[in-house]
Design a protein around this ligand. Structure first.
Ligand code: GLA
Length: 384
């Protein structure tokens, strides 16, 4: 099949999507969903079938996505010998995701990262959110976008095969104001790029900060931890946090500190240094302030020497949360029965800054009804 999107499974959730015509819609044409190539149900949740979709490209790269949480369940990319292996953490079955998942592969909303004390004020009104993380609000609350059904439609765009995911979040859901219509497009290009484009529209003034929470391990099929990966971040500064991982409000220069990834550094080299910020994060769990640029810019380069795999992350967002998998402790058994030991996966979450609704000096996360939220990140896979 030339247009290598195999629609393996059919979405059953029928939730409304944004009505505005967008750039990405202009480039994409809907394709016929029938007949189904294969059918395999990933599981059932609350009476709905959870279905898995697959994007492929001409190089054999493959990305799988389910309609629960918009979760990326696997990404196969070649190593330097051309062997395709899975570079993301996750589960073989739905029950893993339902039972205990630290946001493996999931779409995160309405607000990626933390909001202090689960409260913020907007237009003179105080909003109280779920305090689901040490008294703070994390990743959208108890039932964030990682735990809802997304409506999935396959698209074929000139950039590659794609999936359009839509979800309509009700006014007041998890305490947030405004009905929010969200659209996310995952596109796999023949240049081995996974593009993630986000859009949202609201019925009332609200706050939005969407991201993607895939855990990467470039060794392939998780052969070890991520401490030997090399990382470069296009950031001169990061946001120091308090003991609850809420930014203090300053931007701290990284130069000369364990947070300095301005040149390629081995992740494990300084992660256990005696440093208060590393103690608070139990390792790296901080937002780096990306050097400004007008459009899509390189944010991070990750390299794993044994496999030769490289991943570059580009984004339109002002920040990137680098989380070194500090809460993984071997208790979760993932795909192929692999035990996810300490720091066996890392996240590079492109986003606005944590707690922005309470920190007016940070770039705004406010969305008004006459605006469209737009954000784009690209993960580009290669070898060296
Ligand atoms: C984010 C947070 C971390 C942690 C993980 C999930 O990266 O910043 O503190 O909550 O998600 O475990």
């Amino acid at each position: 099949m030339k247009n290598s999107l195999f629609f393996i499974l059919l979405a059953c959730a029928t939730l409304s999507s944004c009505s505005n015509k967008t750039e990405s819609e202009d480039k994409s044409a809907e394709v016929d969903n029938t007949p189904l190539e294969e059918q395999a149900v990933f599981g059932t949740y609350q009476g709905n079938q959870v279905l898995e979709y697959k994007l492929t490209n001409q190089n054999g790269v493959e990305v799988k996505v389910i309609n629960y949480g918009g979760i990326i369940t696997s990404i196969l990319t070649p190593n330097k010998e051309g062997v395709l292996e899975d570079i993301v953490l996750g589960y073989d079955t739905l029950s893993g995701y339902l039972k205990d998942s630290p946001y493996f592969g999931a779409l995160i909303g309405r607000y990626g990262n933390r909001i202090a004390n689960g409260r913020f004020e907007l237009d003179g009104e105080v909003y109280v959110l779920e305090q689901n993380n040490n008294g703070q609000h994390l990743h959208g609350g108890l039932v964030g976008f990682d735990k809802v059904f997304w409506n999935i439609k396959e698209l074929s765009s000139e950039d590659g095969s794609a999936l359009e995911l839509t979800y309509s979040s009700k006014d007041g859901e998890e305490g947030y104001p405004g009905e929010l219509d969200v659209k996310v497009i995952y596109t796999l290009t023949d240049d081995n790029e996974l593009m993630v484009e986000y859009e949202a529209e609201t019925s009332k003034m609200t706050v939005v900060n969407l991201t993607q929470h895939t855990y990467f391990n470039l060794t392939g099929n998780v052969k070890g931890d991520i401490l030997g990966h090399h990382l470069k971040l296009e950031a001169d500064g990061f946001l120091p946090v308090d003991e609850n991982l809420i930014p203090t409000g300053e931007i701290q220069p990284v130069k000369g500190s364990p947070f300095d990834f301005m040149s390629e550094e081995v992740i494990g080299k300084r992660i256990n240094n005696d440093d208060q910020q590393l103690t608070y994060g139990m390792g790296y769990d901080h937002c780096w302030v990306l050097n400004p640029a007008d459009s899509l810019k390189l944010a991070a380069t990750l390299y794993e020497p044994t496999s030769g795999r490289v991943m570059e992350v580009f984004t339109t967002e002002p920040g990137i949360q680098f989380y070194s998998g500090n809460f993984l402790d071997g208790s979760l058994i993932g795909k192929d029965g692999v035990k996810y030991a300490h720091r066996t996966g890392l996240c590079l979450e492109t986003q606005h800054f944590p707690d922005s609704p309470n920190q007016p000096q940070f770039p705004t996360v406010v969305l008004n009804p006459d605006e469209i939220y737009r954000s784009k990140s690209v993960y580009k896979f290669s070898v060296k």
